[in-house]
Ligand binder design. Structure first.
Ligand code: 3PG
Ligand code: MG
Length: 392
């Protein structure tokens, strides 16, 4: 690994500026899903147990350089104290020095929303210097914000001895196992509504994986590009040329693309809408494709059985509304079982994916589920993430 971890650092008596992503969902001031807070627990505990003082830097929402009281990190203090089992002192940047000095061993300091500072999103050197003056070591544990070159994720990393936190380390190791130096064959499952949002991702994947399953709305675009009438299905007809280019690139790279051979169609987009299964080239003109059919699911399962490594992003159908979650659920359950049996390394992440796998009850058995949305996608696109690069 090109980056240092907490293992490489002497933490005793050190103020450890720790960038975390605790951009959690909040309703009426209450945290509704504390996963992101819990996932940085190991880093905070490690720093505390080795005599360090964690000073947390984090953003919340998109206040765009202004103080927006509803986006103050102060509201997260109870949830963080509950998750870490320790006292958390809150401070604005102006108060930080005094609060950090006064904080006892075994306790944590949380600084106000980094995005209240106009310099944060500009990756401003002066702001990074102000942060750096508050710590002895920089630890980045925010993989899910690493696609942003901001003062607290990028510039700051160059000003202090820097390392990856435990969550960042786990993300990077899991991603490396999936696409960097994976066991082959590698299968990618990519779903979701639109080809246009995942163009670069598909272009990168066909050069790296052996088998690519395309599902969800974007599969319709590929079917249409092959001259198939997809009726009223969600479809980006203007992307036909791009879809063909991806198919050609895959052929050159020796990547097999698997599209649905049968589909579940309905006349309405709603829960339990009457539906039927038809061959993929037989969608009625007044119907829309809402899921992959059972034959397609068997093909995905066979691909999972062949694969040593699976990387998954995006649902295979309209997973939010039953019964159009069937293909996603069945494929996810099969991947989870293969992983549980030690036959598969499975990594998933990005936006809807975690929700879909949780809904399928499959997430627990996956080898690794990323907490990242946009950062996971950019990494799948083969991009260098500035927050990761700055640690190298
Ligand atoms: C996220 O929730 O995706 C991360 O915290 C990054 O947030 P952003 O998309 O506002 O940069
Ligand atoms: Mg985002």
């Amino acid at each position: 690994m090109a980056w240092k971890t907490l293992d490489d650092m002497d933490l005793d008596g050190k103020r450890v500026l720790t960038r975390v992503d605790i951009n959690v969902p909040v309703e009426n001031g209450e945290v509704t899903d504390a996963t992101r807070i819990e996932r940085v627990g190991p880093t905070v505990q490690d720093i505390l147990s080795r005599g360090g003082k964690p000073v947390l830097l984090a953003h919340f929402g998109r206040p765009k350089g202004k103080v927006v009281p509803e986006m103050s990190l102060k509201m997260l203090v109870p949830a963080i104290e509950a998750a870490f089992g320790t006292k958390v002192h809150f401070a604005t940047l102006d108060e930080a020095e005094v609060v950090i000095d006064a904080c006892d061993a075994g306790q944590v300091v949380l600084l106000e929303n980094t995005r209240f500072e106009p310099g944060e999103e500009k990756n401003d050197a002066e702001l990074a210097k102000r942060y750096a003056a508050l710590g002895d070591i920089y630890c980045n544990d925010a993989f899910s914000a690493a696609h942003r070159a901001h003062a607290s994720t990028e510039a700051l990393a160059h000003l202090l001895p820097a390392c990856a936190g435990r969550l960042m380390q786990a993300e990077l190791e899991a991603l490396d196992a999936a696409l960097g130096t994976p066991k082959r064959p590698v299968l990618a499952v990519v779903g979701g509504a639109k080809v246009s949002t995942k163009l670069e991702l598909l272009g990168n994947l066909v050069e790296k994986v052996d088998l690519l399953v395309i599902g969800g709305g974007m599969a319709n675009t590929f079917l249409a590009a092959k001259g198939i009438d997809v009726g009223k299905s969600l479809c980006e007809h203007e992307m036909a040329g791009t879809a063909k280019e991806i198919i050609a690139k895959a052929a050159t790279a020796g990547c097999e693309i698997l599209l649905p051979s049968d589909v579940v169609v309905a006349r309405e987009f709603r829960e339990n809408a009457p539906s039927e299964t038809v061959p993929a080239d037989a969608c009625p003109a007044d119907a829309m494709i809402l899921d992959a059919g059972p034959d397609s699911v068997e093909a995905v399962k066979a691909a999972i059985d062949k694969a040593e490594t699976l990387i998954w992003n995006g649902p295979l159908g309209a997973f939010e509304i039953a019964p159009f979650d069937a293909a996603t659920n069945a494929a996810a359950a099969h991947a989870a079982a293969a992983t549980a049996h030690g036959q598969l390394v499975s990594v998933a992440g990005g936006g809807d994916t975690v929700a879909a796998l949780n809904k399928a009850g499959a997430a627990e058995d996956f080898t690794y589920i990323s907490t990242a949305g946009g950062a996971f996608l950019e990494w799948m696109e083969g991009k260098v993430l500035p927050g990761v690069a700055a640690l190298g």
